[in-house]
Design a protein around this ligand. Structure first.
Ligand code: ZN
Length: 229
């Protein structure tokens, strides 16, 4: 976030990132209407949910969860777009924190030891100024009171953009592109990998594979939204 956006966010009334309505004092992130209408998945209460199923035979995950279903043309799609492209990591933080509150109240959620955001291509991060998955992970970390580690899983090489590629192409494109820089820091930990939207899961699969090469590690994945293909 740049300093000007920072100052403006202090001066302007807070607004709902989905519908744009001014937020009441007690509304923390989405307005109560948008929060009530959010197409939530409740994947954290279903170990064999559809998103977890998508990873079967690809990578061994402890839990695979997303807060809500991604629906094209919805206000929530606009919200995720704003977060990513309009320099609004604050939206990611607030949504992540809210999801964290929901998860911390659920018996189905398997608490990890540490949260790790999916690293962005460094060139993209320089251009965007922030990593949207890290913004979400920071919020989740606050909502769940679980530490965050943003520096041990890295993405040293630039990969070409993933648009219009098949799932297998995408997998080949990202496989081996992530590196754990200090394995001792992660040994024997249950790691929750955090992303914004899950589609093919190729990036998460490649990240999880790299993390699972560390002795004693188990991996779960969480995203704000799941875009069923
Ligand atoms: Zn709203």
């Amino acid at each position: 976030m740049n300093p000007l956006t920072d100052i403006l966010s202090l001066l302007l009334p807070r607004s709902c990132p989905a519908c744009g309505r001014a937020l009441k004092d007690w509304e923390e992130c989405l307005c109560l209407v948008c929060l009530g209408k959010l197409p939530v998945t409740s994947f954290h209460t279903e170990p064999d949910n559809q998103m977890a199923e998508m990873f079967w035979g690809r990578v061994n995950l402890t839990q695979a969860i997303a807060w809500f279903y991604f629906r094209k043309g919805s206000a929530y799609q606009d919200m995720l777009h704003k977060l990513k492209y309009n320099d609004r990591p604050d939206i990611g933080f607030l949504l992540g924190r809210q999801y964290g509150y929901e998860l911390s109240r659920s018996d189905g959620f398997i608490r990890p030891d540490v949260l790790i955001p999916v690293p962005l291509n460094p060139r993209k991060q320089r251009k965007r100024g922030f990593n949207q998955s890290e913004a979400i992970a920071k919020g989740l970390s606050a909502g769940l009171s679980i530490p965050l580690n943003s520096h041990t899983l890295t993405r040293p090489l630039a990969t070409s953009t993933q648009t219009r590629k098949s799932r297998y192409d995408r997998y080949l494109n990202v496989s081996g592109k992530f590196k754990v820089t200090d394995p001792a820091l992660l040994e024997n930990r249950h790691i929750l990998l955090v992303d914004d939207v899950i589609t093919t899961g190729a990036t998460l699969e490649a990240c999880a594979e790299e993390l699972l090469s560390v002795p004693g590690v188990s991996v779960s994945v969480a995203a704000l939204a799941w875009a069923r293909l």
